[in-house]
Design a protein around this ligand. Structure first.
Ligand code: COA
Length: 310
């Protein structure tokens, strides 16, 4: 390897800031604010988790490893989320990103991560590191707007957080893919996910919260970022979606669904389904058998909430 090249974790806030600048320059369609948010509002990531290639004293390539745990087939599995893979435009095609990604894979192995996930549109590139595409389904459906003043309210952290966290755990613990969230993770995630707080709605029956939804208003549609509801109460999800489209004034709803979620939300079945290939997964090693990938990959049964994107 070039003796001028060094690959390592970041050592200072200035270096993290340099990675924000690098990502801002590398990604044409993403606002700088996005990188700042994921760099500085995510309290779960350490300096060392931002891996960089330094050449002649300058950071030219970066990869971040977001430390997470996910549910897979009733087990809790350590997962390294790969994000912000970037090389300065003037330094591309010299194998720098490949070196940093290989370092990140080794770093995850050392740290005891068992699987890794990433989102991408250049799936072919990541195959060489062992990543395989997860085929998910994107549903597009019209949900007629309807205000539900009797049950629906905007989420209020001090009043609702404990119940929402419990509902999340109950809804997701038997699925494959969702992040295992503790209170610290929730706090971080509410900061880094960049949602519009007015579009985080809870559905309550008296004091009890029986469902929630988090959404985003897009140019022509409402994107569902996340939801959960009490067992068997699908009508609550429908009411929440309808109240959300009332607030966004965008009746067209887009939501990613796994097989499990498709079974839970039967009202989506009349929508238009597309295959989405944005997600990839790899085994990193350490205490996990190959059958894990058999669980994750072929059955389109991977649930990952957009609020958790890294
Ligand atoms: C993707 C990126 C990190 C690669 O950095 P790099 O240091 O040039 O990477 P490497 O030299 O290791 O590899 C370059 C490879 O990436 C491939 N690549 C880069 N951008 C690509 C694209 N948009 N579509 C398909 N392949 C792409 C190149 O074809 C090349 O493949 P090859 O090795 O078969 O020739 C860099 O192009 C970049 O910063 N892009 C903008 C940000 C981005 O898209 N990041 C990835 C998000 S998942």
């Amino acid at each position: 390897m070039d003796p001028l090249v060094e690959i390592r974790g970041c050592r200072s806030r200035q270096e993290l800031q340099a990675v924000v600048e690098l990502c801002d320059e590398a990604f044409d369609d993403t606002a700088r604010e996005y990188f700042e948010r994921h760099m500085f509002k995510d309290g779960t990531i350490s300096r060392e988790d931002t891996r960089v290639l330094v050449r002649g004293g300058k950071i030219v390539s970066s990869v971040q490893v977001f430390p997470r745990t996910i549910y897979i087939g009733k087990k809790k599995v350590r997962m390294g989320g790969i994000g912000n893979v970037a090389t300065l435009p003037s330094e591309r095609k010299r194998g720098y990103a490949e070196l940093v990604i290989r370092d990140a894979m080794e770093y995850m192995r050392r740290k005891g991560f068992q699987v890794s996930l990433l989102t991408t549109t250049i799936n072919g590139y990541y195959k060489r590191f062992g990543f395989q595409t997860l085929n998910r389904q994107l549903v597009k459906i019209d949900v007629p707007p309807r205000q539900d003043q009797s049950h629906t309210e905007v989420f209020d952290s001090s009043r609702d957080a404990a119940q929402v966290m419990r509902l999340y755990d109950n809804y997701n613990a038997a699925s494959t893919g969702p992040i295992v969230r503790d209170a610290d993770y929730w706090r971080s995630q509410i900061g880094f996910c960049g949602e519009d707080a007015k579009l985080f709605l809870v559905w309550r029956d008296g004091e009890e919260i029986l469902g929630y939804v988090r959404g985003r208003k897009e140019t022509e549609s409402t994107k569902i970022l996340e939801y959960a509801f009490a067992d068997g109460r699908e009508e609550i999800a429908h009411a929440l979606f309808a109240d959300l489209t009332f607030r966004t004034e965008r009746p067209k709803v887009e939501v990613f669904v796994s097989r499990t979620e498709k079974k839970r939300l039967t009202f989506l079945h009349s929508g238009q389904f597309e295959i989405d290939t944005f997600f990839m997964a790899a085994l990193v090693g350490g205490g996990i058998d190959d059958r894990t990938m058999e669980v994750i990959l072929p059955q389109s049964d991977f649930t990952f909430w957009l609020t958790d994107y890294f």
